[in-house]
Design a protein around this ligand. Structure first.
Ligand SMILES: Cc1ncc(COP(=O)(O)O)c(C=O)c1O
Length: 388
């Protein structure tokens, strides 16, 4: 009766069942996994946001498949602030980057065709691909305690088949926090040229650098390539996922870019998904960027330092290097305990919630992911309980 798209296991796992049961009985849980910035005690510019969120102009419906020109101009202003020059006409406003993926899968992939995605990564892309009847194929990121995370290009090239249509790069990746390096991006561009593939670069965490070094690319905007689709939005950039405002920036060789834009217009015109009020509010919302990012950056840096300090003298648990983004990673493979068991036991006996690495498709057991957005008092107490 139903489509194959939703043949996905959505049953809650044991960890979720335990969490829900503890919550039901009113137990205090140290949740070190939440990445919902609106519930983690940040000081948003509430007055300004509330004042501008509805504008009289919103009472007139003037649909444009690319989004209102005024909103696209503000996005171009953001790029100029980070030293990149882009054209508003190369931008499509979308409700979120998740929906941007859906537009791009429709644009680039037919049923059962493949998009290459990094492993480990955030568990979203497989669902998005399934909903569009296409497939993800993983390419590995490898970790070295001296050099951090890098892309394994030999394996990546081996994964390219006649069904491959695009390569997804997440810059910086979630949860590894690794930024794309200039040299790496050149290799991606070369591969994309060689196999006639599109590049999709997700830059939703790009403003949240902790320490990435000179060779890291903060944005791929403005760099020449065959064809690249750059994604970003207010969800992470301004810590406002509920505003539902994101975008796709199309870059690349003139003919290809033009054709991509024409085809994307058909998709966007079919849905016309983005609400008008948020598009008019975009100008003012962008103005909140500096202050909220300063607060979020301070939180993620302090939590990352706290993580490193707490496990500094622990021979069994290592903290992986994090260049940016909102996640921290623990490696406890020395403990030789299955991931499920370790994480379940922490919640069961110490009321601390962290995510097992397999949620993010790590290659081997022995990893856990924590949110660096966690309130500091919870992080401090949660880590003490893990260490204790
Ligand atoms: C790398 C990455 N891209 C995109 C998203 C989804 O963002 P949005 O709220 O814009 O759909 C997430 C969610 O956390 C993410 O981790």
């Amino acid at each position: 009766m139903f489509s194959r798209r939703l043949n996905i296991d959505v049953e809650p796992n044991e960890l979720t069942l335990l969490y829900n049961a503890k919550k039901k009985y009113g137990e205090r849980i140290y949740d070190l996994t939440s990445t919902n910035p609106t519930k983690l005690g940040f000081n948003y510019d509430t007055k300004q946001i509330v004042k501008h969120i509805i504008d009289e102009r919103s009472l007139v419906y003037e649909p444009d498949p690319r989004g209102l020109i005024s909103a696209r101009e503000e996005i171009a202003v953001y790029y100029s602030e980070i030293g990149k020059y882009v054209q508003p006409d190369d931008i499509f406003v979308v409700p979120s980057t998740s929906e941007a993926y859906s537009y791009l899968f429709k644009l680039l992939l037919d049923a059962d065709e493949e998009v290459l995605i990094p492993q480990p990564c955030y568990p979203l892309f497989e669902f998005l691909a399934k909903l569009d009847m296409c497939r993800v194929v993983y390419y590995p990121l490898v970790y070295d305690y001296r050099g951090g995370w890098t892309t394994d290009f030999i394996m990546l090239e081996k994964k390219i088949t006649p069904k491959t249509k695009a390569i997804l790069i997440i810059n910086p990746n979630n949860p590894t926090g690794s930024y794309l390096k200039k040299e790496e991006y050149n290799k991606f561009i070369t591969l994309a040229d060689k196999y006639n593939l599109s590049l999709v670069v997700d830059e939703v965490f790009s403003d949240y650098e902790i320490s990435a070094g000179e060779t890291a690319l903060k944005s791929t905007a403005g760099i020449e390539s065959n064809i690249t689709f750059i994604l970003n939005g207010f969800s992470k950039m301004l810590g406002l996922p509920q505003m539902k405002f994101g975008w796709i920036l199309i870059q690349g060789e003139e003919g290809k870019r033009r054709e991509a834009i024409e085809r994307l217009e058909v998709i966007a015109d079919t849905y016309l998904s983005v609400a008008t009020p948020v598009q008019y509010a975009a100008k003012m919302l962008f103005k909140t960027r500096e202050k909220i990012q300063e607060e979020i950056k301070q939180r993620i840096s302090e939590n990352y330092n706290l993580l490193k300090t707490k496990f500094l003298l622990n021979p069994d648990v290592k903290v992986l290097n994090c260049e940016g983004g909102w996640s921290g990673i623990l490696n406890y493979e020395n403990l030789l305990i299955p991931e499920d068991e370790y994480v379940f036991k922490l919640l069961d006996t110490k009321n601390v919630l962290i995510h097992p690495g397999y949620y993010y498709d790590f290659f081997t057991e022995g990893y856990a992911v924590l949110s660096l957005l966690t309130r500091q008092e919870d992080m401090e107490e949660g880590l003490d309980r893990i260490c204790g």
